[in-house]
Design a protein around this ligand. Structure first.
Ligand code: PMP
Length: 295
């Protein structure tokens, strides 16, 4: 991934992609003092760009550091990067981290860096392929208690258990894994939120120890606009067998139907399909009405 053409925005300037390197003694690498975002542009427009930038700033604050670039500067940098890279449908990855001045748990004085990379991510919407649904493993690791880790930060450190769970799932032939939280309640997938459908109603876990995704909130709004009942509540894993439909939401996942979680199977039903269609209409720029409504 490090040998490509193009540029990366780094601390206020554009550097050639292959030269965007940092020192091995960076605090962010050793102690996970790093936060990031994952965003998508559709038709040249970054979906909810400002919201992602606000979350990035907040993620850093939760880890005790301030990103030294304003939200306006970051928003403009992302747009300029897409233009310079000639990207229309793209993934955008801002990342902020503590630098290399001090090497130890404490790094109060270390410079805070910010880089933004973007690469092509084709925006095809092929419902016929996705309607098969994906298969999820049950993850071995659990989302930590909020007293153990600052869950409101999209912090690199919190992804250690996600990568472990995703790798294990892939080894077993699954696409992803469903993670429980420290109480044993259903939480989320390794990089996406989870929803279920039963008796015409939508159920999703309350985000009290995992990321309340931007896509999650968008899909909740879309569901309400359709008049669907949406219930945020505690969901225990022994309920999985009672649900009829299941889907994931996330910037990368969009709305992805789930066909299996371990021994349980789900149909790709009408509510899941409706939300896939509505989300598609909101993110892809041919539906100004829905976009305005989605804010
Ligand atoms: N949970 C986790 C662990 C994630 O990594 C993501 C992706 N950022 C999400 C949920 C979904 O968040 P969003 O909809 O903001 O992409």
């Amino acid at each position: 991934f490090d040998q490509r053409d193009g540029e990366i925005w780094w601390d206020g300037t554009f550097v050639p992609w292959s030269e965007a390197k940092l020192h091995v003694l960076s605090h962010g690498l050793h102690y996970a003092s790093s936060v990031f975002e994952g965003e998508r542009a559709y038709g040249g427009r970054i979906f909810k760009s400002e919201e992602h930038t606000a979350r990035l700033h907040e993620s850093a604050r939760v880890l005790g550091f301030e990103i030294p670039y304003s939200e306006a500067v970051i928003n403009a940098a992302k747009d300029e990067l897409l233009q310079r890279m000639n990207l229309v449908d793209a993934y955008i990855r801002p990342v902020a981290w503590r630098g290399s001045e001090m090497m130890g748990v404490s790094a109060q004085a270390n410079t805070i860096h910010l880089a933004i990379a973007a690469w092509e991510w084709p925006s095809y919407f092929k419902p016929e392929e996705r309607l098969k649904g994906i298969r999820l493993d049950m993850a071995q690791y659990r989302r930590p208690d909020p007293a153990t880790a600052p869950f409101k930060s999209k912090a690199a450190g919190l992804y250690m258990i996600c990568t472990l769970s995703k790798h294990e799932a892939e080894r077993k032939g699954y696409a992803d894994a469903l993670m429980l939280d420290w109480r044993g309640q259903v939480a989320e997938a390794t990089g996406a939120n989870v929803f279920f459908v039963k008796d015409g109603k939508i159920h999703t876990p309350t985000p009290d120890c995992f990321l309340d995704g931007i896509t999650r909130r968008t899909v909740i709004d879309l569901a309400k606009r359709r008049g669907f009942d949406l219930i945020e509540r505690v969901i225990m894993p022994d309920e999985l067998e009672t649900f009829e439909q299941c889907f994931l939401t996330g910037t990368a996942a969009e709305v992805t139907p789930v066909s299996e979680i371990g021994p349980y199977t789900f149909e790709v039903g009408e509510i899941t399909k409706a939300l896939m269609t509505d989300y598609d209409a909101v993110v892809r720029p041919s539906a100004p009405q829905l976009q305005a409504a989605a804010g």
